[in-house]
Design a protein around this ligand. Sequence first.
Ligand SMILES: [Zn+2]
Length: 261
Amino acid sequence: MLDGMALALGAATGSFLNVAIYRLPRGESVVAPRSHCTKCERVIPWYDNIPVLSWILLRGRCRGCGEPFSIRYPIVEALTGVILLGLSLQLGWSIGLAFAFYFACSLLVVTYIDLEHRIIPDRVTLPGIVVALGLALVSAWYAPPELRWHQLQQWAIGMLVGGGILWLVAWGYALATGREGMGGGDIKLLAMIGAFLGWQGVLLSLLLASFIGSIIGVGIMLVRGGDTKLAIPFGPFLALGAMVSLLWGDEIVRWYLSTIL
Ligand SMILES: [Zn+2]
């Protein structure tokens, strides 16, 4: 019962994330106007806006003009549902779940916008850093007095390590090659990840992102032939690395310590 609720609530949130993914890079408001077909301007009524189901029933088309709607819509809705379900099973229904879900949603939005537009909007990452501060404050409130300061330190150090590390890499890369390799958007994204996950979590995210990124990069080079510059942005890998760290970070570190060391 609760699991079904998590799926439904997650999918409904995913519906909103779709709006954010479409509108943020275009500089539009995410709250107004109501969702409408981008071709015939028809406002989409609630019964055509039911996550996943409406897309399937309408076979991915606008009821008014038949304009195809991207498969991204049901995918993001389903994915958000599964993410909320997964997080709720791990964390239970708690205030921590709300923060973790907010973080995961931000990562999802970043992934799709970066894939499509090659940008990571400040309107996602900067509020994320502030929300992470909120999480640190809440944790500090519930922590025993001697650990309160520690929670806030985690937030600040995580953010500085996350942002700083990529800033150094970008600076070194520019120095060595004379061209810009990584954008400021990646730096702020990693600062947000650090703000949520702490410095250990952000390092793990970066490691996982580089690992997954190089495997996929090599795969693409093998398919397309040697000389391609990495044709995919790094943001989605960072987001994926952060998602894995959020869900299984402790297990991965424990496994690593017990097998390698
Ligand atoms: Zn239409």
